[in-house]
Design a protein around this ligand. Structure first.
Ligand SMILES: Cc1ncc(C[n+]2csc(CCOP(=O)(O)OP(=O)(O)O)c2C)c(N)n1
Ligand SMILES: [Mg+2]
Length: 606
């Protein structure tokens, strides 16, 4: 049985533009009904109808024109990370949709609700190999939790409702692709004869999160487990960012230090006596040592993937509060994996916990942290040329406001930011946590600045990551956004240089030929603030000027390319491999040795 084709009852652009409401408007209006106020993207011949929909509703939704669709997806992801509300990006058919992907995977891996809307060839040519025909719905099958082509305007707006609801509920990416002819069809057209008439669902743009409070009996099990140990610690992640007060109260009651994942850095302030800072390669030595000593571990809002930095299997008793049942217990054998929201869960747990009187373990960790902080402060050496990267972040940290947002890229910059950017007051910190991609730092900053126009937003990025999407600095200029970009310019893919050496191989293909690029010139040539810094003595004034500037500012600092981001605790094997790389002919041995030697002396001093 097949559907009998009825005369098409909607007008296409060939017959002159539709005068009434077009299907794209139904889509855009529905987004606005969901509270979407900003859409990031770049037009193309595959989305001219969608752009018309956006144009007709520009009073409700602002369109942010970018220079690369990947950046639009990063901006949407950052919007979701910073506001908790769905981020939306649009791209044209074929290449535009392909460009979005890296940013969408960033959203998927960091569990952010993001909606991507793409264009598609006209329905009449689908499957004929028409220009730009890429099956975006198939291409997005892996990245998207919800992935739907619109074949008939009648599918709108309930497909939008389903897409947005799924993105929120599954904390991931939703994708809607709309063929060109459908975009401009009459919004209420339904051109086909129905053989078994169905009525499209009339849904509402509403989504309420399920209650996040775990059951009392499960919380009691957590309390019993945590009360059974002598040396306990909390590992908090991005899922606990909204639970600062509760985390600190639980830590106080348990006498247990809080270790933070990098994505969870803003959970509690870095100067709190209850934290030993980060964990993993980029983390602190006290956190590494603590993991070897504890007998109980409480995971809160974290899916920390680097399991080798967790206690050895069987050595600790583990309890957990995790929002997603599928992730609970997924990283370490967990006796009590409780499903729920971190804030609500901790609040309800608090009265069930016994106050620990013996705080000796916490105090031991605090003493170690004191030494670690001194060690870090010593690395922020203002007297070194070439400039110590740690000094640059140290100055940035000192001069930035108490509610500044720092966005960061993958690379050595992540280590410097993890250790030298101090979360205090309302400060925030965002990076690509699980995808760990290069280049989101600046688009993140632009996305966040749009959402929080009055806040100081700083992108701290590597030269490699910045160069990948540097046209987005022009986006900041065009939109007159006062984002600040600080480039840790080591003229190399620094992180990989050190990784190669830790494998025991001399570096290869990771340094750009000299001279260092002058990125500041892009800023000054286009009416923004730009400054190149080559001497340590000039760092402070450059950052002061950049932060004080009323518009976009770019501070391009040439730093020491031979500064290794050492782990908090260097393992014997790592040191051995490093030495092997030296013996096998690592270039620039002498300058690297100088920095390594200096760091060792500092460690001995502390
Ligand atoms: C898109 C992408 N390509 C490659 C990598 C691998 N990678 C991780 S960090 C890094 C170096 C980044 O260089 P830069 O931005 O200059 O930062 P640096 O490490 O020098 O501070 C590379 C190549 C990645 N994570 N993402
Ligand atoms: Mg670099």
């Amino acid at each position: 049985m097949c559907a009998v084709r009825r005369e098409r009852n909607f007008k296409t652009v060939t017959g002159g533009p539709v005068v009434g409401q077009i299907a794209s408007e139904a889509l855009i209006e529905r987004l606005a009904d969901w509270g979407v106020d900003t859409v990031f993207g770049l037009p193309g011949d595959g989305i001219n109808g969608l752009m018309e929909g956006l144009r007709r509703h520009q009073d409700r939704i602002r369109f942010v024109l970018v220079h690369h669709e990947e950046a639009a997806a990063f901006m949407a992801t950052a919007h979701a990370k910073a506001t908790g509300r769905i981020g939306v990006c649009v791209a044209t058919s074929g290449p535009g949709g392909i460009h979005l992907l890296n940013g969408l995977y960033d959203a998927k891996l960091d569990h952010m609700p993001v909606l991507a809307i793409t264009g598609m060839q006209e329905t009449s040519v689908l499957g004929t190999g028409y220009q730009q025909e890429v099956n975006l719905d198939k291409l997005y099958a892996d990245v998207a939790e919800y992935d739907q082509m619109i074949y008939n305007p009648a599918q709108l707006p309930s497909v939008v409702d389903n897409a947005v609801r799924t993105a929120y509920a599954r904390r991931g990416v939703a994708h809607i692709t709309v063929p060109n002819d459908i975009q401009v069809a009459d919004a209420d057209a339904d051109p086909w004869q129905h053989v078994a008439p169905a009525r499209p669902p009339h849904t509402a743009p509403v989504m309420l999160q399920a209650p996040g409070r775990p059951r009392d009996e499960d919380l009691q099990k957590i309390a019993d487990l945590l009360g059974s140990g002598e040396k306990g610690a909390i590992l908090a992640g991005a899922g606990a960012r909204h639970a600062r007060e509760e985390l600190l109260a639980v830590a106080e009651k348990l006498g247990a230090p809080i270790v933070k994942t990098l994505s969870g850095k803003a959970c509690v302030p870095d100067d709190s006596p209850y934290t030993t800072g980060g964990i993993g390669l980029l983390g602190t030595r006290p956190s590494e040592e603590l993991m070897e000593e504890i007998d109980t571990l409480f995971l809160v809002g974290t899916n920390f993937p680097y399991t080798k930095h967790l206690p050895a299997p069987g050595k600790v008793r583990v309890a957990q509060i995790e929002a997603d049942p599928a992730r609970a217990g997924g990283r370490i054998a967990t006796e009590v994996p409780v499903v729920g929201d971190a804030k609500e869960g901790l609040r309800a747990l608090l009265p069930l916990l016994k106050q620990r009187s013996d705080t000796s373990f916490l105090e031991k960790c605090q003493k170690r942290m004191q030494r670690w902080r001194e060690h870090m402060a010593a690395q922020q050496d203002s007297g070194r040329d070439p400039i110590a990267p740690q000094y640059v972040v140290g100055v940035l940290d000192e001069l930035a406001t108490d509610d500044a947002v720092l966005t960061c890229d993958s690379g050595t910059i992540a280590t410097w930011a993890a250790r030298h950017w101090q979360v205090r007051g309302g400060r925030e910190f965002f990076l690509s946590g699980n995808l760990a991609t290069m280049a989101p730092g600046m688009p993140y900053a632009i996305g966040i600045q749009h959402a929080f126009p009055g806040r100081q937003v700083i992108a701290y990025v590597g030269d490699g990551g910045f160069a990948m999407l540097m046209a987005e600095f022009i986006t900041a200029i065009k939109h007159q956004l006062p984002v600040k970009v600080v480039i840790n310019n080591n003229n190399s893919l620094g992180q990989i240089l050190w990784e190669q050496m830790v494998l025991g191989y001399p570096e290869h293909g990771v340094r750009y030929p000299e001279p260092f690029v002058d990125y500041a010139a892009i800023a000054t040539a286009n009416g923004a603030f730009g400054i190149k810094v080559e001497k340590a003595a000039d760092v402070r004034s450059a950052i002061e000027q950049g932060l004080a500037y009323h518009g976009p500012a770019l501070i391009d600092v040439n730093v020491n390319p031979d500064e290794p981001p050492l782990p908090g605790k260097v393992e014997y094997q790592q040191a051995k491999k490093f030495a092997e790389a030296f013996l096998r002919g690592q270039p620039r041995k002498a300058t690297i040795a100088t920095t390594l030697f200096r760091d060792k002396i500092e460690q001995f001093k502390s």
